[in-house]
Design a protein around this ligand. Structure first.
Ligand code: NBP
Length: 487
């Protein structure tokens, strides 16, 4: 009997992401072996491979059979829940792997776990990649954005596969070797933080248009469809337009109005903000989006607070449609405010990446990162091409805010941006993301800040000393004594 042909690659972990990525790889013509702890998912995947076009995919029910079915040097992608399940899966599979084989973790893993596993894998002669995968179910099946980091040799072993499997845009496949260590996971984490910011800013635009402008769901669908034809063209704007078009099958009106206003999260946004604090990088828009998710979770408290403040005399007209508002102008202003706020949010994310790249010596290529996010992933947008070009013009750009093209765009939009934030504040509609972005812009662009007063206070109560603008050195003043000295 002839031995079965070996697969080019293997994939373990057949939940949403694994199943779809395996089918994508098979569809691109690479024979693939699959495995899952619970074997029913192997059968499910085999069924799909059959019905979705007789794809070259073989199912295996034990770690040993799975590993032995793959060509050497073996490359095995793992797509299981991040954390302990990854360690358990590595331990089960690596028992059958040989020096020179590669493990690729495609989950949303904390980058330090990847760095630990790189060392553990190397001790066994195995290579390791931590590969961020973005695009959800649809992306995994039809073309995700892939962010592999770790062993360059391991990357070269699978380069042909990932370049075919990734989303394709006019300037190439949405994958590139990110850098050493846990850089792939770190970049994916910041991508998710930026995604939090984008979603928050879009929800604020919706809130202002609905509660200040009085826009209906039909109007909102039209507005977002229109926005998707211009500078805001992106996956998130496109799906938002679709959301407003879906009616509630259980009652009157749109489904969006029946959804409980409590946002879920899985942790990558929190990690992004923690890392920003760790590296002393300001990321206020991303932090505001995280805070909003926390506050959204306090539904019962918010309902109670609404009642207490109403009883305390909070006026009815706060939060209701403003009389005599110029709706057409408001819509155009919100578009501009959203765009300008987005630039600041991306500036924060990119600067966090730069700080980490310097700390870890990853040598990240920011233009390339913007390029591989142009397709496949949740933040894909026309706008990313402009970011790519900004970093190509100047790889050492201090901030996107000072790229000449973005600077011009922000200055052109600042009138509209201030009007939207001002109107929202007057109406009692919170726009923390837009406010955070505007404050970031207004703080960053000012040559002189009130930090002089903070320094004086620190010196007064803690003798922390201060520098002067007109002479060198560290100074300390007996502030209280001088201030209270009797003449
Ligand atoms: P889940 O994160 O829901 O994980 C389910 C998979 O993990 C199943 O295959 C399950 O096997 C396996 N697993 C678990 Br749980 N514990 C295990 C253990 N101790 N040993 C072996 N296998 C174990 O799957 P997912 O949503 O497909 O996501 C996979 C990864 O991709 C995650 O890191 C996720 O954060 C990331 N990601 C997800 C998305 C998305 O849109 N869902 C997008 C981008 C990235 P079982 O069947 O035997 O229980």
């Amino acid at each position: 009997m002839e031995a079965a042909a070996l697969s080019r690659i293997g994939l373990a972990g057949l939940a949403v992401m694994g199943q779809n990525l395996a089918l994508n790889i098979a569809e691109k013509g690479y024979p693939i072996s699959v495995y899952n702890r619970t074997t029913s998912k192997v059968d499910e995947t085999l069924d799909r491979a059959h019905t979705e076009g007789q794809l070259p995919l073989t199912g295996h029910y034990t770690p040993r059979d799975f590993i032995l079915s793959i060509q050497k040097p073996r490359s095995v992608i793992i797509l299981v829940k991040a954390g302990a399940p990854v360690d358990q899966t590595i331990s089960a599979l690596s028992a059958h792997m040989e020096p020179g084989d590669t493990i690729i973790d495609g989950g949303n893993e904390w980058y330090e776990n990847t760095e630990r596993r790189i060392i553990e894998a190397n001790e066994k002669g195995l290579l390791y990649l931590g590969m961020g995968v973005s695009g959800g179910e649809e992306g995994a099946r039809n073309g995700p954005s892939l962010m592999p980091g770790g062993s360059f040799e391991a990357y070269n072993n699978i380069k042909d596969i990932v370049e075919k499997v990734a989303a394709q845009v006019e300037d190439g496949p949405c994958v590139t070797y990110i850098g050493e260590g846990g850089s792939g996971n770190f970049v994916k984490m910041v991508h998710n933080g930026i995604e939090y910011g984008d979603m928050q800013l879009i929800s604020e635009a919706y809130d202002v248009l609905k509660n200040v402008g009085g826009c209906s769901n039909d109007e909102l669908a039209e507005i977002f469809d229109e926005w998707n034809k211009g500078e805001l063209e992106s996956f998130l704007i496109e799906i938002t337009a679709d959301i407003f078009k879906v009616k509630d099958e259980h009652g009157e009106g749109g489904l969006v109005d029946k959804i409980l206003d409590k946002t879920g999260m899985k942790g990558t946004g929190k990690w992004t903000v923690q890392q920003a604090a760790e590296l002393s990088v300001a990321a206020p828009t991303i932090a505001a989006s995280l805070d909003c998710r926390f506050l959204s979770g306090l539904k019962d408290e918010r309902e109670a607070a609404a009642k207490v403040l109403e009883d305390a005399g909070l006026k009815e007209d706060i939060g209701t449609v403003r009389k005599g508002i110029d709706k057409k102008r408001l819509i155009d202003d919100v578009r501009q405010a959203l765009y300008a706020s987005k630039i600041c949010s991306y500036a924060q994310g990119m600067n966090l990446l730069r700080a980490k790249s310097v700390e870890k010596d990853w040598n990240l290529n920011f233009g390339e990162l913007a390029r591989i996010w142009k397709g496949g992933c949740i933040i894909r947008a026309v706008f990313l091409d402009r970011i790519k070009k900004a970093y190509q013009r100047n790889p050492n750009l201090a901030s996107l805010v000072v790229d000449p093209d973005f600077a011009k765009e922000m200055v052109q939009r600042q009138g509209a941006w201030r009007r939207v934030v001002g109107t929202a504040i007057a109406a009692g509609i919170s726009t923390p993301g837009m406010c955070a972005s505007l404050a970031y812009f207004d703080t960053y662009r000012r040559a002189r800040l009130p930090a002089n007063l903070v320094q004086a206070q620190r010196d007064l109560f803690g003798a922390h000393t201060y520098e002067r603008i007109d002479r060198e050195g560290a100074f300390h003043t007996e502030w209280t004594k001088l201030a209270r000295k009797k003449n």
